[in-house]
Design a binder for this molecule. Structure first.
Ligand code: GLU
Length: 431
């Protein structure tokens, strides 16, 4: 699968920014746990925000200047960690929000990292490989002083992949010597981890397996709809199909498809890997993205961009549960509508944490100069995902909070505790 399927065009996106979504849930959870005002000030803003200029000479000889960002939100629990996305809509505010979400995600699944995010406002599909490489190397040169294997460790995100990570590692190595632990999501040949590419999708399926019994469902025979059949959605579909689930609908940036009897997810992933667009896949009906969201199914996996499920379309959703493969796919208003409809929502910080969990495994392997086999990686991933899911579910049962509010509350508590123990905060909730 290429990252290409996750690129631009969002015909149904809401006018609510990722920033508003993340800030909203932070405030709700902070109220729930009685977080002190001084802690709110620190945890609501970023530790460091770097904005750089990336001039690139294009094929026609002209210089185009892209903007690149690296935001380090909070490092109380360990080195900053988070992906770098390449997308024309990237701006500082979005990267800020996504960095904060990484802080909560790493805390929630208990990997010893803080939260960061990076982005460049380019459209990779419009760049040659040479230009993409130039953009990537220039970005790393410019942020090299604030990243490092014990400082801040980038990874793939929307429209970036193992190749981009390889260029990043190489560029950083020119300045600091060979340092595989500077990025995760690398090719296996350069110290990447077995299982990293599939990890986010696999994590989505671990959540599906945990959530299904709560609704008296089983993966076997479950109808699944995937919005964004890219690296996350594609792997989730293939792995769930291996458990007997049936992918009845899917979409990419070019359109949506439906086949009630089931679309072969492996064949669809193969089609995408060879550059195919979803609407060109044989034997399916082409439908609109709105129709895709409204398909009757047991599980809907939004795995595209933020804000795709919003007040304008949440009422059309016909799924029993939503597992958020993407970051911030659901707006707060949509969340309310879904709660009223009784749809179980497994939130992003939990549902898509498989990627950063295996990034952590990759970093550990790099620091120890050893390599685990895929089975070991997947087993360890499963153990961590199950533990995180059960902890969140337990809190939600005890407090009556949604899984999302319970996730934020647990994560904020852990980060506040670490910050307090370092001497940065006067008090932490629950002490
Ligand atoms: N970009 C992924 C995420 O949003 C992975 C981050 C990482 O592995 O550091 O979780």
């Amino acid at each position: 699968m290429t990252a290409r399927a996750e690129q631009k065009e969002r015909p149904q996106a809401a006018e609510v920014s990722n920033r508003e979504i993340v800030d909203h849930w932070f405030d709700v959870a902070a109220d729930r746990i009685g977080l002190h005002d001084d802690a709110r000030v620190v945890l609501r803003s970023s530790y460091r925000e770097v904005a750089v200029q990336i001039p690139v000479r294009q094929a026609d000889g002209r210089i185009h200047c892209y903007s690149g960002f690296r935001v380090q939100h909070n490092g109380a629990r360990g080195p900053y960690k988070g992906g770098v996305r390449y997308h024309p809509d990237v701006d500082l505010d979005e990267v800020r929000a996504l960095a904060a979400l990484m802080t909560w995600k790493t805390a929630l699944v208990d990997v010893p990292f803080g939260g960061a995010k990076g982005g460049i406002d380019c459209t990779p599909s419009e760049l040659t490989m040479d230009e993409l490489q130039q953009v990537t190397r220039s970005f790393i040169d410019k942020i090299s002083k604030v990243i490092g294997p014990q400082r801040d460790i980038p990874a793939p995100d929307v429209n970036t992949n193992a190749q981009v990570m390889a260029w990043m590692m190489d560029e950083y190595g020119k300045l600091h010597g060979h340092s595989p632990a500077i990025v995760t999501g690398k090719p296996i040949s350069l110290g990447g981890s077995q299982g990293r590419q599939a990890a986010t999708g696999r994590g989505v399926v671990f959540c599906l397996r945990e959530a299904a019994p709560l609704l008296d469902l089983r993966p076997d025979g479950m109808r699944m709809v995937i919005q964004g059949f890219g690296n996350v959605g594609g792997w989730a579909g293939c792995i769930a199909q291996g458990l007997g689930a049936k992918v009845i609908g899917a979409s990419d940036a070019y359109g949506a498809i439906h086949h009630e009897a089931g679309i072969d997810a492996d064949a669809l992933a193969e089609h995408v890997r060879h550059g195919g667009r979803l609407p060109d896949f044989p034997g399916v009906d082409v439908i609109t993205p709105e129709e895709l969201l409204a398909l009757e199914c047991e599980v809907l996996v939004p795995a595209a961009l933020g804000g795709m499920i919003h007040a304008g379309n949440a009422h059309t959703i016909n799924a029993r549960m939503i597992i958020e493969g993407a970051n911030s796919p659901t707006t707060p208003k949509a969340d309310d509508v879904l709660a009223d409809k009784g749809v179980l929502v497994v939130p992003d910080a939990l549902a898509n944490a498989g990627g950063v969990i295996v990034s952590y495994f990759e970093w550990v392997q790099n620091l120890q100069h050893l390599a685990w086999d895929e089975r070991e990686v997947n087993d360890r991933l499963g153990t961590r995902m199950r533990k995180a899911f059960r902890t969140v579910h337990q809190r939600s049962q005890e407090t009556g909070e949604s899984l999302r509010v319970a996730s934020y509350a647990l994560a904020i508590q852990r980060v506040a505790e670490a910050a307090r123990d370092r001497g940065y905060l006067a008090d932490a909730p629950g002490r």
